[in-house]
Design a protein around this ligand. Structure first.
Ligand SMILES: NC(=O)c1ccc[n+]([C@@H]2O[C@H](COP(=O)([O-])OP(=O)(O)OC[C@H]3O[C@@H](n4cnc5c(N)ncnc54)[C@H](O)[C@@H]3O)[C@@H](O)[C@H]2O)c1
Length: 288
């Protein structure tokens, strides 16, 4: 398949940082026109400015993906101001809080489910019908290796990333059944050096954990720094964006970014096939 992206519209959620920002630059490099959306206005403005300076045509729309009405607005503005969306990357994501399940709050779950799961559900609701109607385009759903295995301390993240991987598979099968030329892709990065560890910078006021404001700012900063050091050992977001472009070119559904993935996925699937308990270690992937 020869990939024809020049002049077409890419919509990216969570475009102001990390993987979303790198994908935006890669798509711009292919001559695409960009509809960038993110919940963080200043970072989005900075990203849009940098992309415009490369010569890209950019529409920036501040959007909280967990909000149905804001996603409606995103789709209608893209349609009216840029034209039909050709590549839709449903990418915005957050940790959704960490810790053993019994310690997680309703606020943790609401935040994680809102961004990671509702963000994808709304994205498909507002963009997919038109893409199917035109019978063209690509949907890239950002899951994670965390959507294919399960590890302790990150219940909302695993649950939502498994959910969106499943949605991507459902989409793939529905497109196949419809004989559609729209393609579905599930992006499952491993560890990537991004601003993900400080994702709670965008946690809404109403979904803060009770007592969170009593935690000293220095303590939060120290945690962010320690986690960031781990993430900075990961691959680059530019590498992830290259993997996405290659997968669109080759029409590949699963988009992996690390060589350690297959063994971990196989170990989980073997346990399921054997009706054995879940693996209690994924070696290099422990902590995901
Ligand atoms: N960094 C990793 O190791 C890693 C690994 C696997 C998957 N992922 C996934 O990649 C995606 C991108 O994350 P990243 O690593 O680039 O992190 P990042 O924090 O650098 O970028 C995420 C972006 O999403 C935006 N965002 C947060 N909440 C939002 C909301 N409610 N509405 C709209 N935008 C919102 C943030 O402002 C930010 O710009 C996420 O879905 C994440 O789960 C990341």
């Amino acid at each position: 398949m020869s990939l024809s992206l020049d002049g077409r519209v890419a919509v990216i959620t969570g475009a102001a940082s990390g993987i979303g920002l790198s994908m935006s630059h890669r798509f711009a490099g292919k001559g695409m026109r960009l509809a960038l959306s993110d919940v963080e206005p200043a970072a989005l403005a900075k990203a849009a400015k940098a992309l415009r300076e490369t010569g890209a045509e950019v529409l920036e729309i501040v959007t909280d993906v967990s909000d149905a009405a804001q996603m409606d607005t995103l789709a209608s503005r893209v349609r009216d101001e840029m034209g039909p969306a050709h590549v839709v990357c449903l990418n915005a994501g957050v940790s959704g809080g960490g810790g053993p399940l019994e310690t997680l709050t309703t606020e943790d779950w609401s935040w994680g489910i809102g961004v990671n799961l509702w963000g994808v559900i709304h994205g498909l609701r507002v963009f997919l019908a038109e893409m199917k109607e035109r019978d063209a385009g690509h949907v890239v759903i950002t899951s994670s290796i965390a959507g294919l295995i399960s590890s302790p301390q990150a219940g909302p993240y695993h649950a939502t990333k498994h959910a969106v991987a499943s949605i991507a598979e459902v989409l793939f099968r529905e497109l196949h059944e419809a004989g559609s030329k729209v393609t579905s892709h599930c992006l499952c990065p491993g560890l990537v050096s991004t601003n993900f560890p400080s994702g709670d910078r965008n946690r809404p006021e109403g979904l803060q954990n009770p007592g969170a404001d009593a935690i000293p700012a220095e303590a939060i900063e120290a945690i962010h720094k320690a986690v960031q050091e781990v993430f900075d050992r990961g691959t680059t977001s530019d590498h992830v964006a290259d993997c996405v472009l290659a997968a669109l070119q080759d029409n590949r559904f699963w988009i992996y970014t690390d060589e350690v993935h297959p063994a971990a996925i196989a170990a989980r699937h073997r346990a399921i096939e054997d009706a054995a308990p879940p693996p209690t270690s994924f070696g290099a992937l422990d902590g995901y």
